[in-house]
Design a protein around this ligand. Structure first.
Ligand SMILES: Cc1ncc(COP(=O)(O)O)c(C=O)c1O
Length: 377
């Protein structure tokens, strides 16, 4: 079998094959290569001056992943009390945790404040009122709405405000006794369009100047997440993105600005491989169907939003086009179509690459299929 090493590193491949050979774990499970995570941590933030990196826990909140990232000195971005409780169980200090969820539940806010978290996003008057009542000593950064064009998983509709509104909200937050300290945005997840960061930084600069005119001196620029990983298509590498972002930031912002980065997908995505089993095959009209034991509900939810994975099977048969579906009885549970693969046998392993992010974190036990366990090696 020819291994597509442009999609998986040689070391991950040999670790994975060794694991499959010796383990008692039965598929499906998510294999995660620590070395890839470590490589990513070593790269992210290195080309942006004055930056701090906060891993977006939602990408993969597995406790062993978080323990490992904690040991590597990573900060964390969280959105819920569930994420906070895992970090608390690992003893992560509040000074290394921020929250960029612009609309927080009361439960989360109470626990976050009690834990000592100081940095929060907001983008509405209602949130300022909530924060002034329940989190009055907090530092706030405003979420700007920015273009998500060219990102495969856009995030622009739900959150973010335009500049004028952002300025009013910064002023309102100050009047309410809170501490407006910065600006944040998100260019969209799996963003392969470097121009999005440029445009967003320009917009943030405009707001920064307007705030200064109103005697609000901001000192944090949080550039969110969005760094892409290799699924099927080649993507711009993190170093190249960061060098461009760094240039744009420091042409415009003053020296004392601190940069926050909140990557999720880029930290864990490439490190993960789903080890799954072919559980059925069928010919329906002119389509070849392949049924596997990880589906939309128990790990591959992002496939519904257009994320396309690379699959590997051990067969040497002639390639055919397949519709790949998960194990549940729901017709929504179709992962991909027109995937060219040599025909596997029932019971064969099928590997799904770049599956470390937004897979297990979305998974449910719908229809009684268990959530695959995570193996970090
Ligand atoms: C506020 C915030 N920060 C960071 C991230 C992480 O983004 P990514 O996984 O694209 O790096 C997300 C993802 O949804 C987010 O909502």
């Amino acid at each position: 079998m020819e291994i597509p090493f442009e999609y998986i590193s040689k070391t991950t491949w040999s670790k994975l094959i060794n694991h499959i050979a010796i383990t008692d774990d039965s598929p499906p499970y998510l294999f995660l290569d620590k070395d890839i995570i470590k490589e990513k941590v070593a790269v992210i933030g290195k080309n942006i001056k004055n930056s701090k990196v906060f891993y977006a826990v939602k990408a993969n909140p597995d406790i062993e992943v978080l323990r490992f990232l904690n040991e590597l000195g990573m900060g964390f971005e969280i959105a819920s009390e569930g994420e906070l409780r895992i970090l608390a169980s690992l003893g992560v200090d509040a000074s290394r945790i921020i929250t960029s969820n612009p609309v927080k539940t009361f439960k989360f806010l109470h626990e976050a404040v009690a834990y000592g978290i100081k940095y929060y996003a907001f983008d509405s008057k209602a949130e300022v009122d909530k924060m002034s009542k329940h989190a009055h000593n907090s530092n706030l950064y405003i979420r700007l709405s920015v273009s998500n064009e060219g990102s495969e998983w856009p995030l622009s509709k739900k959150f973010g405000v335009e500049i004028e509104n952002a300025l009013e909200l910064l002023i309102y937050a100050k009047e309410k006794g809170l501490n407006p300290v910065g600006i944040t945005f998100h260019v969209g997840s799996q963003c392969n369009n470097v121009y999005n960061w440029n445009a967003a930084i320009d917009k943030a600069m405009e707001l920064f100047e307007m705030a200064k005119d109103k005697y609000i001196n901001l000192n944090i620029l949080n550039i969110g997440g969005g760094y892409p990983i290799r699924y099927l298509k080649k993507v711009v590498d993190i170093e190249a993105i960061e060098k461009k972002v760094n240039n744009v930031i420091w042409q415009k912002f003053p020296e004392d600005i601190e940069i926050f980065i909140e990557p999720g997908r880029a930290v864990v995505g490439d490190a993960g491989v789903f080890v799954s089993t072919v559980v059925g095959k069928a010919k329906r009209e002119d389509q070849n169907w392949l049924y596997i034991d990880v589906g939309v509900f128990n790990g591959l939810m992002e496939s519904v939003g257009g994320i396309k994975y690379k699959y590997i099977v051990g067969s040497r048969n002639e390639p055919k086009k397949w519709t790949i579906a998960g194990p549940s009885c729901d017709s929504f549970d179709v992962i991909d179509r027109d995937v060219e693969l040599p025909e596997p046998e029932i019971g064969n392993i099928i590997l799904i690459l770049s599956a470390g992010a937004y897979t297990i974190s979305y998974a449910s036990e719908f229809n009684g299929f268990s959530i695959p366990k995570t193996v970090l090696i």
